[in-house]
Design a protein around this ligand. Structure first.
Ligand code: ATP
Length: 673
């Protein structure tokens, strides 16, 4: 193209990016969604204090900095003579007037983004950043919901949107051939590193378009201080420092000019009993005060209305999870962009952006700058981590055993009679109070949650026992079970299963530890299913059925929001074993298959039908023992016909790999430690 054409192309591109997107109209949701904090926020109480949001500041310059980034890249295109055609010919037009979404709520806003400007801005952003020499405007960057792990229905907020880098089956960047030819080796290398780390980048918190959402987003800048939330248990024993967390780093050459004039962040404050909350308990006289003295009427997670503060905390927690620097709060009509500073734990919040009516900077150009900023920042931090020799997780952790070893402070030594120590499970079976800590990924509970027993240990107590112990005002350390969740094992319809380390002190003051699995349910329906599952295990325990998890109790959170089923670890499921052995059925030897049949016969003899015989629920432990797990769909006293049918399903599965949904994805999430 001639020099004049370059000018014309640049003018056209600028004109396209200066268009106002159409106004948004969405139909009303029936029933209306609620603008409340999602149930997964139960986990946010356990966010590591070094990663939590501590301060907010309003930083108008954020928008100019991001816009300038887009302008710089656009100028480079023109100055380097890289326009290869007139953008009006190659890029779609931005619709004007009003966009009437077909879908209500958040999906309506998402549809509006997609139909009005997303593809356009993503294509421009892709070319400017990755392959400015390309003759076309390639499709590569994607914006979408990045995780498919819905626990809550009917909420007007969803913070799981972000940019996504598509990859091929062999996990390479899925840039079309045409674009790849124009992408430098360095950029390809960076994209590969991003995909290897996690192809999901940036955090978009989407709210259903409404007056209330607009009010929330408008009010975000008014806050200054934030009170980190934590469980209210006090006087609890501190876990020994078992790993060295390297504070996550910000890019050393940020794309924005943020100033934290207030100095270092204030120490953590709690809303309640802040004085003794952070003190570790000392010695045997220490007294642990549970988070509440009375059980709540309902143990289920109760939705609380979103406030500006809780909305910001929600976005912040997700940004920690996805390691994002940029968080966008949007309800389709209004937006704010926020920058997360890791070192000062501060969120810098932009001015309000009116999506269909923003001229300075123009909304679409700002979008292009935003995508560039999200990708560039992540690449910059990855490169710095690489050159500093840091691992992606930015933390080093000892094995869970090491966490447990020194945990209790009381170490009474009584050398009188060398008796065989009781097992951790036997001791725990007599205890009704449990301190639950989270220690994996981004979690390191500032305070443990207080749980009280609602179901007996089915291994060491009478399974028929159904008393509900009262809550004491205080507990000593030797009255507590200490439960440390160490990773997420799997996510199902009922709850989230975790590996955990159960720790107790025996009569001699020595610590006993057992690795277990803890399944947590938050919402009313999953909690009802988990209680039902416990009742099924009660029946199985009454008949001494082997080949099902040993169940060590059902516990409820005194602050509400969660119940926890504690059970033995049963190894790995056949679905996962199938990954290494393409046909799990053929890889089970005869005696392994016989073991599964024998267990199912025992389950049936106890008057239980499993009702969910799938490879995900059949486990083999390292010793080759067979287990059935996940009895939340099981029923009691089935007919003989039903038992026979279930046996046939198992035989079909194990002998012929006959599985109706064989190609279905496993509900498993990868372990996160
Ligand atoms: N006792 C256990 N030992 C080992 N792994 C377990 C155990 N319990 C659960 N898991 C793991 O956690 C995953 C989810 O647990 P589970 O199937 O019990 O949850 P769920 O919510 O009832 O799931 P679903 O939607 O399949 O009913 C399982 O697929 C399994 O991998």
């Amino acid at each position: 193209m001639t020099a004049t054409d370059q000018e014309e192309a640049a003018r056209q591109l600028n004109a396209i990016l200066s268009c106002h997107p159409p106004r948004l109209w969405v139909p009303r949701s029936e029933p209306p969604e609620i603008l409340a904090y999602p149930s997964r926020s139960w986990y946010d109480l356990h966010l590591d204090a070094n990663l939590a949001l501590r301060r907010l500041t309003s930083t108008p310059v954020v928008l100019d900095d991001i816009d300038e980034l887009a302008v710089r890249y656009l100028d480079d295109l023109r100055n380097n003579g890289l326009h290869s055609g007139l953008p009006e010919v190659h890029l779609p037009e931005v619709p004007s007037g009003e966009y009437r979404a077909a879908k209500p709520g958040i999906l309506g806003a998402v549809e509006y983004f997609q139909e009005s400007f997303l593809r356009l801005c993503l294509r421009i952003g892709t070319r400017l950043l990755l392959c400015p020499d390309a003759p076309t405007w390639p499709f590569f960057l994607v914006w979408r919901r990045v995780l498919n792990d819905d626990l809550d229905d009917g909420l007007a907020v969803d913070e799981k949107y972000g940019l996504y880098l598509p990859s091929t089956e062999s996990h390479h960047p899925n840039l079309r051939e045409a674009a790849r030819a124009y992408t430098s080796k360095q950029v390809m290398h960076d994209l590969q590193a991003l995909i290897d780390r996690s192809p999901n980048i940036g955090t978009w918190v989407m709210l259903a378009p409404s007056k209330e959402s607009e009010h929330l987003i408008s009010s975000l800048h008014e806050l200054q201080a934030v009170t980190p939330k934590a469980c209210r248990t006090t006087g609890f024993p501190r876990l020994p420092v078992s790993f060295e967390r390297q504070r996550p780093r910000d890019a050393s050459e940020p794309m924005w000019s943020l100033t934290d004039s207030e100095g270092p962040p204030e120490p953590l404050k709690r809303s309640l009993r802040s004085v003794d909350m952070l003190k570790p308990s000392v010695g045997s006289k220490s007294r642990i005060v549970p988070a509440a003295f009375r059980r709540r009427r309902s143990t289920a997670f109760e939705y609380e209305n979103l406030t500006p503060e809780s909305l910001l905390r929600l976005g912040w927690a997700r940004a920690v999870e996805t390691d994002s620097t940029i968080i966008v709060f949007s309800c389709g009509t209004l937006e704010r962009i926020a920058i997360r500073r890791r070192d000062t734990q501060t969120l810098h919040i932009s001015e309000l952006i009116k999506v269909s009516d923003s001229d300075s900077p123009p909304y679409l150009r700002l979008q292009v700058g935003l995508y560039i900023a999200v990708v560039k920042d992540t690449i910059a931090r990855l490169r710095e981590e690489g050159s500093a020799g840091l691992r992606r997780s930015s933390r080093k952790r000892k094995a869970p055993e090491a966490v447990s070893a020194l945990a209790f402070k009381r170490q009474k030594v009584d050398n009188k009679k060398p008796t065989k120590p009781e097992s951790a499970i036997t001791i725990a079976g007599r205890k009704d109070f449990m301190l639950l800590y989270l220690r994996y990924g981004m979690y390191d509970s500032p305070a443990p949650a207080s749980f009280v027993r609602i179901g007996p240990c089915l291994k060491t107590s009478d399974p028929a026992k159904s008393e509900r112990p009262s809550v004491k005002r205080r507990y000593s350390e030797d009255q507590c079970i200490r439960m440390i969740l160490t990773s997420q094992l799997g996510l199902g319809a009922t709850g989230v299963a975790h590996t955990a380390s159960l720790q107790v002190v025996d009569n001699d003051g020595a610590e006993q530890t057992q690795e277990v699995v803890v399944k947590i349910a938050l919402l009313p329906e999953p909690q009802a299913q988990l209680r039902h599952e416990f009742e099924i295990y009660r029946r199985l325990a009454t008949h001494a059925v082997q080949g099902v998890p040993e169940v060590y109790g059902l516990f409820e959170d005194l602050e509400g929001g969660a119940i926890a089923l504690v059970m033995s670890h049963c190894g790995e499921c056949l679905w996962l074993l199938r990954r290494t052995h393409p046909s799990f059925a053929l890889n089970l030897n005869v005696s392994e298959r016989q073991r599964f049949y024998a267990v199912l016969d025992d389950i049936h003899a106890a008057g239980v039908r499993h009702h969910d015989v799938r490879p995900e629920n059949l486990m083999l432990d390292p010793a080759g023992r067979a287990y059935f797990i996940d009895f939340d769909r099981a029923n009691l006293d089935p007919t003989d016909g039903a038992k026979r049918r279930e046996k046939r399903i198992l035989v079909g599965l194990l002998e012929r790999a006959h599985y109706p949904d064989y190609g279905m994805r496993s509900p498993q999430t990868p372990p996160s430690t």
